[in-house]
Design a protein around this ligand. Structure first.
Ligand SMILES: [Zn+2]
Length: 112
């Protein structure tokens, strides 16, 4: 028999350790606003595994950076933004970003 996969991130409530139910809520975790559940009874908070994974990935990228290759598209050069990073910033194809040269070793990308 095949086990049915359930995306628990979409559940409106989950059982809490205290026996009550924790309801879906936006939670503050470190410096981030994440999806999760909060129990009104015991105040325990549960962070969605999906967001928890995204945060650890984000922190890892913040620490060590991401090496990507410069590509050529017509007369311009392009820098690939890996999907996990694009997802964090809700970046989609066709969007406009602002490139701001900071110094000769650094360019800042601003999202609108
Ligand atoms: Zn509880």
């Amino acid at each position: 028999m095949l086990a049915k996969q359930v995306d628990i991130s979409k559940l409106a409530e989950i059982p809490c350790e205290c026996g009550e139910t924790a309801k879906a809520a936006a939670l503050n975790y470190k410096d981030y606003l994440v999806k999760g559940w909060k129990c009104k009874s015991c105040k325990k908070e549960y962070i969605s595994p999906e967001d928890s994974l995204k945060i650890s990935e984000f922190e890892r990228m913040k620490k060590s950076g991401l090496k990507v290759k410069v590509a050529e598209i017509g007369q311009s050069l392009a820098i690939r933004i890996p999907k996990p990073l694009a997802e964090i910033y809700n970046l989609t194809k066709g969007e406009t970003v602002n490139l701001r040269p900071e110094n000769l070793k650094k360019i800042e990308i601003e999202f609108e």
